[in-house]
Design a binder for this molecule. Structure first.
Ligand code: RFL
Length: 394
C-alpha cells in the first residue's frame, strides 16, 4: 500500500498533521497502534496555550474547545511561608490557558479528520521505518489481524511518541539524543471531584511536591511527588487524600474536595530532545521529537505547533517541489523545544528539592535558594512577567 505521507500515531501531533495535509490535498494515512476508544479516552494534558488555540482556530479545529473549555489564568503557590497567587493571565503578554482535556481535543480532531474523509488505521502498529537513506521510505506495520503490511511513502512523519517506531528506526549515529533525568517521580491522579481551588495549585512541602489542576467540572488532576520505584497502588485512597491535605496545607488554606480516584499513574520527570528532528524523509514531531517533564504543561502544545510547521513544509514540498520548509523544520522547532525545556527545568527545580536532599550537604543551601526564588516571584513584578510569558508561551 502507499501514501505520499505516512503518519505514525494519532495523538495531537499526528491528528493535526493529518488534518492539515488532507486539507492541502496531500494523500496521507495515519497508522495508530491503539483502538479508537483508547485514543479517545486517554486522559493526559489539559492546559492549552494561546498559541495552540490560535493554531486550532486558524484551521477551524477549536469549536469544542470554545464551547466546553474554560479560560484559566491564575496559579497559587503554597509554601512554609504562606501562599501567594499569580494572576498570570494579567501579567507578561496577558495570555491565558484554555482548560480542555486532551482526550476531548483528540476526539474533536479525530472526528474532523474522519469527516474530511481522512484515512486512518486503528490497531495497526508501525514496526519500523525503512529506507530512510533514500527518497522512497517505507513503513512495516502489524495489522489488527496480525498480518504485516508495508507502506511506501514519499515522507514519513513520526508522531508516535517516545517509545514509537520512528525513534527506534533512526540509524545509529544519525541524530543526537540528549536525555536528562530530573531525578524526581510523580504519582499522577485523576479524582472524581470538582476542583478544590480556582487556580493551579503548586504546594512545596518537606514531604515533597503536591499539585492541583482543574480538568472538567467533575474531574480534577492531582500530583504527588512519589518515591521512585514505589508502585502506583501502594497507598490506599485515604492515605493519598490525607497526604494531599498535608502537602497542600488544607488545615490552613481550606479543605480539598475528595472523590473516588479514577486513575493513577507513576512517571519519572525525565526529558529528552532528538537533534535534528529529521533523518532524510523521516521527520519527528511531538513527544517523538522531544519529551518534556509535565511540570510546566508544554508537551501537547509543542506537539500542535510542530504539526502545523511540518504540515506546511510537507505541503510545499509535495505540491510545489519547494523543500525549503523541510530543510528548516528541525531548527525552527528546536528553538521552541529548548525554550520549553529550559522553563520546564526551572519549574521542576522550583517545585522539588533536589534528589540528594537527604544527604545533608547542600540540602539547607538548596532549600534556601528555593525560598529566595519564590520570594522573588512573590514580590518582583519583572520576575512575575517573565514567569507569565514563559508559563503560557510555546
Ligand atoms: P501522543 O499523544 O503520545 O500520541 C502518540 C500516539 O502514537 C501511538 N503509537 C503508535 N502508533 C503506531 N505505531 C506505533 N509503533 C506506535 N507507538 C505509539 C500511540 O498509541 C498514541 O496514540 O503523542 P503526541 O501527539 O506527540 O502528543 C504529545 C502529548 O500527548 C504529550 O506531550 C502531553 O500529554 C504531555 N502532557 C501535557 N502537555 C501539555 O501541553 N499540557 C498538560 O497539561 C500536560 N499534562 C502531559 C500531562 C502528559 C502526562 N503524562 C503522559 C505523563 C499530564 C500527564 C499525566
Amino acid at each position: 500500500e502507499s501514501a505520499d505521507v505516512v503518519v505514525l500515531g494519532a495523538g495531537p501531533a499526528g491528528l493535526v498533521l493529518g488534518i492539515l495535509l488532507h486539507t492541502a490535498g496531500i494523500d496521507c494515512v495515519i497508522l495508530e497502534r491503539a483502538s479508537r476508544t483508547h485514543v479517545q479516552t486517554r486522559a493526559r494534558a489539559g492546559f492549552l496555550a494561546p498559541t495552540t488555540v490560535r493554531i486550532l482556530d486558524r484551521h477551524g479545529l477549536a469549536d469544542g474547545l470554545h464551547r466546553h473549555g474554560r479560560r484559566h489564568g491564575t496559579c497559587e503557590f503554597r509554601t512554609e511561608d504562606g501562599r501567594f497567587r499569580l494572576d498570570y493571565g494579567a501579567l507578561g503578554h496577558g495570555g491565558q490557558h484554555h482548560v480542555y482535556p486532551q482526550q476531548h481535543l483528540v476526539t474533536d480532531l479525530l472526528n474532523h479528520y474522519l469527516g474530511l474523509g481522512g484515512r486512518i488505521r486503528f490497531r495497526t502498529e508501525a514496526l519500523g521505518v525503512h529506507d530512510t537513506d533514500g527518497t522512497r521510505p517505507s513503513v512495516t506495520a502489524c495489522e489488527p489481524d496480525g498480518r504485516s503490511t508495508r507502506w511506501t511513502a514519499r515522507y514519513v512523519a513520526g508522531c508516535d511518541g517516545r517509545y514509537g517506531a520512528a525513534r527506534r528506526s533512526l540509524p545509529p549515529g544519525s541524530v543526537r539524543h540528549h536525555a536528562y533525568d530530573h531525578g524526581v517521580t510523580w504519582l499522577g491522579l485523576l479524582a472524581e471531584a470538582p476542583a478544590s481551588l480556582d487556580a493551579v495549585g503548586y504546594a512545596i512541602h518537606d514531604h515533597g511536591f503536591a499539585g492541583h489542576m482543574a480538568r472538567t467540572p467533575e474531574v480534577t488532576r492531582y500530583y504527588l511527588q512519589w518515591e521512585r520505584g514505589t508502585p502506583a497502588d501502594a497507598w490506599p485512597e485515604q492515605r493519598i487524600w490525607d497526604e494531599l491535605d498535608v502537602r497542600m496545607r488544607a488545615a490552613e488554606h481550606g479543605p480539598l474536595r475528595r472523590g473516588r480516584l479514577l486513575e493513577r499513574g507513576v512517571f519519572d520527570l525525565a526529558c529528552d530532545v532528538v537533534e535534528p528532528l529529521r533523518h532524510g524523509p523521516l521527520f519527528l514531531a511531538g513527544d517523538a521529537a522531544s519529551l518534556l517533564a509535565p511540570a510546566a504543561a508544554k508537551g501537547a502544545n509543542l506537539a500542535v505547533l510542530e504539526a502545523e510547521i511540518l504540515a506546511e513544509a510537507l505541503a510545499d514540498a509535495l505540491t510545489r517541489g519547494d523543500t525549503a520548509g523541510l530543510d528548516t523544520y528541525s531548527d525552527r522547532c528546536l528553538e521552541h523545544i529548548w525554550r520549553a525545556q529550559e522553563f520546564t527545568g526551572w519549574m521542576t527545580r522550583l517545585l522539588h528539592a533536589p534528589p540528594d536532599r537527604d544527604q545533608d550537604a547542600g540540602s539547607f543551601f538548596h532549600a534556601a535558594l528555593r525560598r529566595s526564588r519564590l520570594a522573588s516571584l512573590r514580590t518582583s513584578r519583572i520576575h512575575q512577567d517573565w514567569f507569565a510569558e514563559n508559563y503560557v508561551g510555546v
